[in-house]
Design a protein around this ligand. Structure first.
Ligand code: MGD
Ligand code: MGD
Ligand code: SF4
Ligand code: MO
Length: 736
């Protein structure tokens, strides 16, 4: 038998590396970085290699499961759908759409099959109760971007290859491989940047892997970012450093902003962030004085009470120093497909609206159609009209991923019906009545919808399935279309190809009007996601416009390119990118200014004696990769990092055990001493705690770790975005 080589884009993190997979006789022989991929240039991390283990994992579900008398039994697809129809439809019919919630998790962002077909399912449900991992993650950035530029995916990324100064706040791209910044091989790019004289400064309570490889590390008090950022903006005005340069004609609200930050001098802010006033001023001056520079912030800055204000002020600083939309600064990618900021009239738009409705119990405002995932448990538990009685969970593991996981687990148990679309029987799906599995990534095609909109360089890349899917197992988009039909009361047994045709026809009629028939005819040979990709590419900014620009892109051309098509370095995009009603960058949205009032109160609060932050590990991906042998080997990674000074005071020693506790609960964990921690701060990774009853993850259960989110309070949120507070939580630590 001879070996075959396949090109496959890795779906396991935002870096979207192109991989070369060699197979023989239906088995994976090797996985390497694809050297011919101009975007990722051969980079791969251990998770990419683990795609083989994922594909072969005996615990990965390949057949639907139905819970009968408390035990899961294998079922056919028809039996599973019949069970869903029998149990879910009456709830929907009798109690109304809000009684059925849906919750979609992180892997969906990496699967066009889920991402593109979920909105249809949500529309068919018509529920207000839509939750996702976004409110555990980047919702603050989406909201601030929406308010400032008019669309929530208009997010600027550092132009690393051309920058001379990069300041990183609350991100660890050397381990996470970048987030809201698709930058395969951050490490290599950062090294190259420093070798040509560039500098990197990392601001983080822990001296991270990224900080070790940087020029300077500044420890910050957890949750202190708002004070630092205000101190920096204040400095820019105070010292006359504001230089809008090319943006001068495109900003609105400069005077309002100046006034709003007047009270926040670095001297006053120092106590809040633990960074001396002079250092805050120096950071602002360095950004202002460096021709090509940018400030980049990520999840550490989002998962805080002031996540939205932080996200906003980062962009404010880039704007006031003339680095937004400038070469070598913070730039907006231009994706070949699916980017709303390339559609419609350039330079002006409807902007965004939020708070069109609120959650029933906490009255948390809706943001981009979603409610905070930290409201899920209370919406299930609290009786009354609109109470959630059923849940459709899609690639989502809130029992481990969301604050107060144990409460979520209890709430899920009290549901009348739960459906999970998941590839494992894990901490969340064990609560389901029916589990419908997805395909192995290697059995699926791949085109990234979101990440080209956040990429270090413009590109269009597609990869086909490496292996054919098992006979009889549907693709996930087919499962979603059938479920949508079921929810609409239609015949879910019907031909899925007709459902697909009808679905795209209605999309195209809405967007293309009189041209709809001609467009549908041109797309006709394709089906499913491929048809959506072709449509998006052809109508996109580089597209062939169905023949009007024959040299332009379509799916056939992208497929024909061995490892994708390079579309060049990032280019300035303002004002074309803007979709605000004013046609300007909104520097001072009222909603954000109003929240500044709460900053003063927060400044007056004493810092906790000990606070808990999270961390990520190269060989771990959120909550669901601990069952893969290549990642699970080596030392235990779910340990509590403690600074030696704290350890000495608390009587802790390396390899010993500690109890971490607060009002939410307590966890018993192994201690690792680390000089990298800021004294008074301990760190524990999230996504662990696999020892719950009913979990079928043989390897992960051998070293289950503990669930950090058991200590986090589901009521702690950024009120603007609904994002959970996941960092800087007060705890006590004692030796065991
Ligand atoms: N304390 C703390 N908590 C955090 C974070 C933190 O930093 N600290 N980070 C947060 C962040 S950024 C995120 S994104 C969330 C993630 O939160 P979630 O999205 O809830 O969690 P994941 O761990 O990604 O779990 C994904 C689920 O999808 C399943 N799955 C994997 N691949 C597929 C597939 O192809 N198809 C289907 N149908 N299912 C699949 C997995 O088995 C798993 O059940 O966690 C958040 N939680
Ligand atoms: N290997 C691996 N890669 C991943 C993931 C994974 O689980 N494992 N998850 C993926 C996902 S879903 C996401 S969203 C991305 C996230 O990507 P990143 O944002 O790069 O994620 P983290 O490594 O969690 O980095 C957050 C940093 O914030 C710091 N921090 C904590 N609290 C504060 C604070 O109050 N202020 C400041 N300034 N910093 C603080 C933490 O110490 C940490 O170093 O990573 C993705 N990539
Ligand atoms: S960095 Fe991310 S995309 Fe690249 S191989 Fe690793 S997990 Fe996959
Ligand atoms: Mo995330």
């Amino acid at each position: 038998m001879s070996q075959q080589s396949h090109y496959r884009i890795c779906p396991l993190c935002e870096a979207c590396c192109g991989l070369e997979i060699r197979s023989e006789g239906g088995r994976v022989v090797s996985i390497r970085g694809a050297e011919n991929d101009g975007f990722s240039k051969g980079f791969i991390c251990p998770k990419g290699v683990s795609l083989k283990d994922l594909h072969e994992d005996p615990d990965r579900l390949r057949q639907p499961l139905i819970k009968r008398d408390g035990r899961f039994v294998p079922a056919s697809w028809d039996e599973a759908f019949e069970e869903i129809e029998r149990r879910l439809l009456p709830i929907l019919r009798e109690q109304g759409p809000d009684a059925v919630a849906t919750c979609i998790g992180n892997p969906a962002a990496h699967k066009i099959s889920l991402l593109a077909y979920f909105p249809k399912l949500a529309r068919a449900l018509g529920t207000r109760n839509i939750f996702s991992a976004s409110t555990l993650d980047q919702m603050p950035k989406q909201l601030s971007a929406g308010l400032m530029y008019g669309h929530w995916l208009s997010i600027a990324v550092p132009d690393l290859p051309r920058t001379d100064l990069l300041i990183i706040l609350g991100a660890n791209p050397q381990v996470s491989n970048g987030s809201l910044w698709t930058v395969p091989d951050y490490k290599g790019k950062a090294r190259a940047m420093r070798e040509r004289g560039g500098r990197i400064i990392v601001i983080d309570p822990r001296k991270t892997e990224t900080a070790h490889a940087a020029d300077e590390h500044l420890p910050i008090r957890p949750s202190g970012d708002i004070f630092l950022l205000l101190g920096m903006v204040h400095t820019l005005f105070d010292e006359g450093l504001v230089q809008l340069k090319h943006l001068a004609a495109h900003v609105k609200g400069l005077d309002t902003l100046r006034e709003a930050v007047q009270a926040y001098s670095p001297e006053r802010m120092a106590a809040g962030c633990g960074i001396p006033a002079e250092t805050q001023r120096r950071l602002a001056r360095e950004l202002a004085a460096t021709e090509r520079a940018s400030l980049y912030a990520r999840i550490g800055s989002c998962t805080q009470r002031f996540g939205t204000l932080n996200s906003w002020l980062v962009d404010v600083i880039n704007t006031l120093t003339g680095h937004l939309d400038a070469i070598g600064g913070a730039m907006f990618p231009k994706a070949a497909a699916f980017a709303a900021n390339t559609q419609g009239r350039p330079g002006v738009g409807k902007g965004i609206s939020t708070g069109r409705r609120s959650s029933r119990i906490s009255q948390a405002p809706e943001v981009f159609g979603e409610l905070p995932i930290s409201c899920l448990a209370e919406e299930i538990e609290t009786p009354g009209p609109g109470q959630v009685r059923a849940l459709i969970a899609i690639a989502s593991n809130p029992v481990l991923s969301a604050p107060n996981g144990p409460r979520i687990a209890r709430a899920l148990d009290s549901l009348d019906f739960m459906l999970s679309l998941d590839i494992y029987l894990n901490e969340t799906s064990r609560h389901a009545d029916v589990i419908l599995p997805g395909l192995s990534p290697l059995e699926d095609l791949h085109y990234d919808v979101a990440f080209p909109q956040l990429s270090w360089r413009n590109h269009a890349r597609y990869s086909g399935p490496v292996f054919s899917k098992p006979a009889g197992q549907p693709k996930e988009w087919q499962t979603l279309l059938r479920l949508t039909a079921l929810l609409e009361g239609k015949d879910w047994r019907g031909d899925v190809r007709i459902m697909d045709d009808e679905s795209i026809a209605s999309d195209v009629q809405r967007s293309m009007g009189e041209h709809a028939d001609a467009v549908l005819a041109a797309l006709a040979p394709l089906r499913g996601p491929e048809r959506l990709i072709d449509l998006a590419l052809r109508t996109g900014p580089y597209g062939d416009q169905f023949g009007r620009k024959p040299e332009g892109l379509n799916l056939a051309k992208v497929k024909a390119a061995a490892a994708g098509i390079d579309l060049g370095e990032l280019q300035p995009r303002i004002p074309e990118l803007l979709r605000t009603p004013s046609g300007q960058i909104e520097l001072a949205p009222q909603q954000l200014l109003d929240d500044l009032l709460a900053v003063d109160a927060a400044l007056a609060q004493p810092a906790p004696t000990m606070s808990l932050i999270g961390r990520r590990d190269m060989r771990s991906g959120n909550s669901w990769m601990h069952n893969l042998p290549v990642l699970a080997k080596g030392p235990m990674r779910c340990t509590l990092l403690v600074h030696p000074e704290d350890a000495a005071r608390l009587g802790l020693h390396d390899g010993g055990r500690a109890c971490v506790a607060n009002a939410q609960g307590e966890l018993k964990v192994e201690v690792s001493l680390s000089q990298d921690m800021m004294p008074g701060v301990v760190s524990l990774p999230h996504g662990w705690g696999h020892d719950l009853p009913g979990v079928e993850l043989a390897l992960a259960k051998q070293r289950p770790g503990v669930n950090l989110n058991a200590l986090l309070d589901d009521k702690a949120r950024d009120p603007l975005s609904g994002n959970s507070v996941l960092s800087g939580v007060a705890v006590s630590v004692r030796a065991l």
